[in-house]
Each structure stands twice: as C-alpha cells, then as structure tokens.
Design a protein around this ligand. Sequence first.
Ligand SMILES: Nc1ncnc2c1ncn2[C@@H]1O[C@H](COP(=O)(O)OP(=O)(O)OP(=O)(O)O)[C@@H](O)[C@H]1O
Ligand SMILES: [Mg+2]
Length: 280
Amino acid sequence: MNIIRAEQIRFQYDGEEHPESAVVLDGIDLTVPKGQFVALLGHNGCGKSTLAKHFNALLLPLGGRVYIKDIPTDDEDKRYDVRSTVGMVLQNPDNQLVSTIVEEDVAFGPENLGVAPDEIRKRVDDALRAVGMYEYRDHAAHKLSGGQKQRVAIAGVLAMQPECIVLDEPTAMLDPRGRREVMETICRLNREQGITIVLITHYMEEAVLADRVVVMDDGKIVLDGTPRTVFSQVDTLRQNELDVPQPTELCHLLRRAGVAVPEDVLTVDECVDVLSALLL
Ligand SMILES: Nc1ncnc2c1ncn2[C@@H]1O[C@H](COP(=O)(O)OP(=O)(O)OP(=O)(O)O)[C@@H](O)[C@H]1O
Ligand SMILES: [Mg+2]
C-alpha cells in the first residue's frame, strides 16, 4: 500500500493571483510505500519544505493531486484522516512544545482529537517510551536539551498514532549528541513500529540511513534511488550543491587520482575495508 502518492504536482505560493509568480514545485511525481524510510535532499530553496507541507494538506497543489492512502488531500471532509495519517515534526523543537510539563505536552494532540482519558494515558506513556523520554515525563519541557525536546515533539506526534511522520530538518538546530538521539529514535520507529518516514535533511550521514534517497532541484526530482546508487553520482550531486558522505568523497578522489577503488562506498567501515585491501 502507498501512504503518499503525489501525481504531477505544481505549486506557486502566489499562483492564484499571480500566475507569473515563481513555480516552486514543477511536476513532482512521488510515491512512498508503507514502511519506507525516505530521505529528501536538495539545496536551500529547492522546494523541500513546500513539498512536505503537501503531505498533510497544509498546502494544496495548484495542479496535479496528492493522495494520502488514496484520499485526495483536497477533500475537505477527509482532512482529519489525512492529518491523522501523516504527522509533521519541524526544525525548531521550541516552536512545537505547547505545555510546560513533558507528559502534558505529549497529551495535547490526543486531547484535541477527543481521545478518552484512559486511552490518552496509555498513548502518552507508549509514545514517551518509544522515544526514550518516559523517565522525563514530569519534567519541565523548557529545561530539556535540544535533542530531548525534539524527542518529546516526536512523541507528541506519535501519540496521535500516525502511519507516517514527515520530519523537516529535525536535527538542524541540535548538537551532535542531540542529532544522534533523534536519528536513533527515527530509525527505531521505522524499524520496530513500521512507521513510514520522510526525512528532510542537509546531513548526508543521516540520508545514508534511509532506504531511499530523493534529491530535488528547482522544484523537480533529479535523483531517486537507494543511498548507494544516489551517492555514487558524485558529479550530479555536486552540480546540485550537495555533499556526499565523507567515505564516498574520499574514494571518489582516489579514483580520480587513478586508484582502483569502488564508486559506491558509503560507510566508514566499507572505506576502511577498501583502503586496507589496497595496503596489503
Ligand atoms: N510562504 C512563502 N511565500 C512565498 N514564497 C515562499 C514561501 N515559503 C517558501 N517560499 C519560496 O519557495 C521556494 C521553496 O522554498 P522551500 O522552503 O520549500 O525550500 P526548501 O528546499 O525547504 O529550502 P531550505 O533548505 O532552505 O529549507 C523558495 O524560493 C522560497 O523562497
Ligand atoms: Mg525547508
């Protein structure tokens, strides 16, 4: 089953009144099957956040259509179904926390959905456990570290039991430890609970963890494949102002210098294997 199906979507922020305004999404086709972990990459301003907002009907396309589990996002009567299927996590955790106490914050979403109190208690506890923040349930939210706040924000989305979570640069404001905590949480939710993940990121080492990498440029999709196939296209990525993972970069430079190493090295461990084989 597909969670997200975008068909030829076109979008301009001021398109209704000013058809000549900038085209931000220019004919995007993208299908995300249930359970997949997709990383969405592209340089600043290429349209990633705009696309993400189409996945829970925060924005509607001017042309084409977006379906969430076969429900078109322009069906106003079904907006609740769309928003409860796809949850959003944004860059700044401070903008997403609404209550002073951690567990109250996580309860806010289900309370608004009218979920029964017993069920809320269970969902809040489950969500906090899933992100490793259960011990902090009665702590003050504003005193947590960035990574902890972002995990509480993820728990708040989880408590609404979405099938898919779209995260728009969730680690951009975090230190390395916070980034690691959040990435481990995302990977675990995908692996253990089968939650479909769309992760927008500028960090290549995060994209390597996904099942699939989609690269956008100027409102279009320019690359789409496994991390290994996408990151082996070093020159295309460079043209799109993107980096490649460091091990891939090192092997690329070695190849250019005439050293026979593979093009599709992704991880540090693989790189070590390749280099030590050369030194034997
Ligand atoms: N609310 C808005 N009104 C008008 N134009 C907008 C609005 N939001 C974004 N844009 C423009 O749409 C284009 C795409 O922006 P978007 O935020 O989707 O890019 P992005 O890929 O998420 O960039 P970044 O990596 O910086 O987050 C940019 O040219 C941006 O200036
Ligand atoms: Mg953005």
